[in-house]
Each structure stands twice: as structure tokens, then as C-alpha cells.
Design a protein around this ligand. Structure first.
Ligand code: SF4
Length: 203
């Protein structure tokens, strides 16, 4: 009998949208946000972001080498997981991109210091050439954050705020974001971002 099923799209490490290139280097995460797209879809923009295994640094760089990186406004670590779960790979790839004068941004939950204890995570990102960070603030209080984001590590809300403060102090372009939901006080979140010195966006 012929198999007429449509094959699932190949799992994706690099994908393009909005003039940017996005990198999906891990499916690990230190949170389980109730609104995470991973619970509702296999990917975004038609790309399959579920990884059967994590690509090695060599595999990621081989994909990047095939692309004309000058075409993109920025290269963004994002995808179906928290990129700082693979902190050393994140640093190595950022350095490789920076040496090619590519503008690099990290989309993060801000838990990097908890995930990589003993390291000065923001300084290391800056030294590798990271130019911008977009941090998921997600809630106006620790209590609500814990309900919505269900972090696996104690102190995640404070760690996220500290990560953002350090990024501002280090001179990285810094943005905090929230999901537009009725149960999130957008006004209070905007105020938190302003007090930290970060820009703010509802995503
Ligand atoms: S931090 Fe991001 S990847 Fe992790 S569960 Fe929340 S939305 Fe999903």
C-alpha cells in the first residue's frame, strides 16, 4: 500500500524569519512555563524544533558555514530550550560569529548563573562577543513567576532579575519580555524593567 503520509519536517538547528537567523541548540530547559510553545506545537514558522539529540558544536558550525551570514540583521540563540543549558557551546559559537562581525543576541530565561554555578556568566557572554540579551521576565512577582514558569531551580526569579541587572551594567543591549496574558500585570512588569534600566516588550 502506498504511504501517502507527509513526512515530518527535518529537525532544525538554524532557521530564518524576520530577516534574522535563529539557532536551536538545545531542548533542555530549567523551566516548564505553562505557556511554552513546546507544549502546543512541534516548532514555529513551519520548522520542526524538536531535536532527537543535541547537535554538536561542529554540526552547528557546519550549518552556519553554509549560510551567507551577512544577510541577517542578527543571529539569535533561541529555539525550543534554554541556550545557557549549553553554556560553553553558546560561548564558543558566539565567539565564532563575533569574529565574523555578526550581531549576536541571546533569548534567555535568565537562569544562567544557577545553571552554571561559580561562573561570571554575563562577563563571559560579553567577552565572547554577545551584543544583546532578551530576558523573559514573565511575571511581576516571584510567587506568580513560580506558578507560571515552574522553574526547576530555587531562586530562579531573583537570578533572572540579577542576570538582567548585570547585563545592563555590562553594557549589553537588554530587553525584558512578558507574554500578553490577562493574569500578568503588564504595568508592574514594565516598571520592573524600567527600574533595572532595560527596555521592555510584550511578546
Ligand atoms: S523558559 Fe522558554 S523554553 Fe523554557 S519552558 Fe519557558 S518558554 Fe519554554
Amino acid at each position: 500500500m502506498p504511504d501517502n503520509s507527509i513526512p515530518a519536517p527535518k529537525e532544525t538547528i538554524c532557521y530564518e524569519e524576520f530577516g534574522n537567523l535563529y539557532l536551536n541548540i538545545t531542548n533542555q530547559c530549567s523551566a516548564r512555563c505553562v505557556f511554552c510553545i513546546r507544549y502546543f506545537a512541534d516548532g514555529v514558522y513551519g520548522y520542526n524544533l524538536r531535536l532527537s539529540r543535541e547537535p554538536s558544536e561542529e554540526e552547528i558550525l557546519a550549518e552556519l558555514e553554509r549560510l551567507d551570514l551577512g544577510r541577517y540583521r542578527e543571529v539569535v540563540f533561541t529555539g525550543f530550550g534554554e541556550p545557557t543549558c549549553r553554556f560553553d557551546s553558546l560561548l564558543h559559537i558566539t565567539k565564532w560569529l563575533s569574529e565574523k562581525c555578526v550581531f549576536v543576541r541571546l533569548d534567555t530565561n535568565g537562569h544562567a548563573a544557577l545553571l552554571n554555578p561559580g561562573r561570571d556568566v554575563v562577563e563571559e557572554l560579553k567577552a565572547a562577543g554577545m551584543k544583546a540579551v532578551s530576558v523573559s521576565l514573565n511575571a511581576e512577582s516571584e510567587e506568580k513567576y513560580n506558578q507560571l514558569c515552574r522553574p526547576s531551580l530555587n531562586g530562579s526569579y531573583k537570578a533572572m532579575l540579577n542576570f538582567t541587572r548585570d547585563a545592563v551594567a555590562a553594557g549589553l543591549q537588554t530587553r525584558m519580555t512578558v507574554v500578553g496574558r490577562q493574569d500578568i500585570d503588564i504595568g508592574k512588569c514594565k516598571k520592573i524593567a524600567a527600574e533595572i534600566g532595560s527596555s521592555f516588550r510584550v511578546r
